[in-house]
Design a protein around this ligand. Structure first.
Ligand SMILES: C[S@@+](CC[C@H](N)C(=O)[O-])C[C@H]1O[C@@H](n2cnc3c(N)ncnc32)[C@H](O)[C@@H]1O
Length: 479
């Protein structure tokens, strides 16, 4: 009988439904409820790593180590508690799972090094690892204060305490730069989730590409590291080339269309969740009017193949360039058209689109908040116009105070709000609206002044916030 493995699969908080749906269809899987504060799902499965790695809605999968509520938050008892955690974990099945994933991931890269706990006989022989430690490890701590003010310890303190406990028990040397095992400790208020990474890129050969990628800690919509991908015109600080990282080794980084990124690129796993909400069907035309690097329509094509047609557009040159690179790199080139346009005046036929799915600009790095508030209603009007009456569905992700009112009041005759909830991404709370187009024929189109060249003018320092607002709010009369 296949061994049962215990996993934590992460995803954007609020999109767990898509992960649960996928796990329902994964053979030999049982869900373990009880962890609600973290985006993700805990489960046990007898399915092989290859099958688990096919989960589209997971950002990443980890070996589950432990979960604790009401952990001490003052320094002294906190350190003592965290230092004792290693002794509470059954490391043998965890390291077996780790080895299985390493064999699956890199079958040819046998370094002759086996997992320490597999060369010894479980915990009885821990002493042996003290003599010839074969693996190095690091613990990465991440701490968030949501409802409480402050922990008595830093993330580094927490990681060090857990690491000390592991070193004492298992005898592995800690190495921050070159490690084979990485434990992640995520602390939210007085709750702790401890997992072990299964996907790595922690070797020099692979980390070379990291020179091109962005800093994942930047407070942007969705910023991430992608191995082997091209960051289009990255203006961010470069990461030291030899620093091994797990961050670029997310499960979704393997999508074949993911060759070029913009700094607001959406995670494909999140895009998949949005496609589920939109109930995309074979034969649909899927439009993202503000496409960035084109993740949403390209994920639809990657998932359903050439049975869907993608349409992507953006008004920033680098985004259009990135989307074009990705559209031709995927398995189905030619199935996603990329256009440079202004989403508030789409050059598309009325009632021609089945699904509009869009993560609109949000977060500090995506423009000015006031500009976004003016842009939202304009884009919604375009969505109303291009969606097929009676059957069209739109999923709009935005940080906007006016969006709900626009849908429920101003466009009430044309849009039916079916769902409104929040998704948590990189610490940001973002609204998601799922709307269905009513059968009411589209209203006559308003002619609006183009927002063209706004991004370029902003870059060149020619566009002030005031000018952008004036440009956006001056609409020509209805024709
Ligand atoms: C959050 S990002 C979308 C990211 C995208 N889903 C991806 O995966 O790369 C929002 C995008 O909207 C674009 N945008 C902002 N205002 C626009 C407008 N008026 N017309 C077209 N695109 C616009 C920005 O250039 C940016 O690429």
């Amino acid at each position: 009988m296949a061994a049962v493995a215990h996993y934590w699969a992460s995803c954007a908080g609020g999109l767990e439904f898509a992960l649960l749906k996928e796990l329902e269809n994964l053979e030999g899987t049982s869900i373990i409820p009880g962890i609600d504060s973290y985006g993700g799902v805990q489960f046990r499965t007898t399915s092989a790593p290859q099958k688990v790695a096919e989960l589209r809605s997971a950002d990443n999968v980890y070996a589950f180590l432990s979960h604790h509520k009401k952990i001490p938050v003052d320094k002294e008892s906190g350190m003592a508690f965290l230092g004792s955690l290693a002794g509470k974990i059954d490391w043998e099945p965890v390291m077996q799972l780790h080895r299985l994933w390493q064999e699956t991931e890199e079958p040819d890269s046998s370094s002759g090094i086996s997992d320490p706990l597999l060369t010894i006989n479980g915990m009885a022989n821990v002493e042996q690892t003290h003599v010839t430690p074969q693996r190095s490890f690091r613990v990465t701590g991440n701490r968030i204060c949501k409802d409480m003010k402050k922990h008595g310890y830093t993330s580094m303190d927490a990681a060090a305490a857990i690491g000390d406990g592991m070193h004492e028990l298992l005898g592995w040397p800690a190495d921050m730069r070159s490690f084979n095992v990485e434990v992640l400790a995520w602390i939210i208020d007085d709750e702790l989730l401890l997992v072990l990474a299964l996907i790595y890129s922690g070797n020099k050969k692979k980390t070379k590409n990291l020179q091109n990628v962005s800093n994942i800690n930047e407070p942007c919509a969705e910023v991430e590291d992608v191995e082997g991908s091209e960051q289009v015109k990255s203006t961010k600080k470069k990461r030291p080339a030899e620093r091994p990282s797990r961050a670029d080794a997310q499960l979704y980084s393997r999508r074949p269309y993911r060759k070029a990124l913009v700094h607001t690129s959406l995670k494909p796993s999140t895009a998949y969740g949005l496609l589920q909400l939109a109930d995309v069907q074979p034969g649909d035309i899927v439009l993202d009017p503000m496409c960035g690097c084109g993740t949403i329509p390209l994920e639809a094509i990657n998932w359903l193949g050439t049975r869907v047609m993608g349409l992507a557009g953006d008004f920033v040159d680098t985004a259009v360039e990135a989307a074009n690179i990705n559209a031709t790199a995927g398995e189905s080139p030619g199935h996603c058209d990329v256009v440079r346009w202004d989403a508030s005046m789409l050059p598309l036929r009325t009632a021609s689109i089945d699904r509009v799915i869009c993560d609109m600009p949000f977060g500090n790095r995506c423009g000015n908040h006031k500009v976004r508030e003016v842009l939202c209603p304009r884009v919604v009007k375009q969505v109303v116009r291009v969606l097929r009456p009676g059957s069209g569905i739109a999923v709009l992700m935005a940080q906007s105070k006016t969006m709900k009112e626009e849908i429920e009041v101003n466009q009430k005759a044309y849009l039916n709000l079916q769902k409104h909830f929040y998704v948590y991404m990189e610490g940001l709370k973002v609204d998601v609206f799922v709307v269905r187009r009513t059968s009411e024929p589209a209203p006559t189109q308003q002619i609006v002044r183009p927002i063209k060249n706004m991004a370029k003018r902003k870059r060149d320092g020619q566009l002030t916030k005031q000018a952008a607002l004036e440009n956006l709010s001056s609409e020509n009369p209805v024709q």
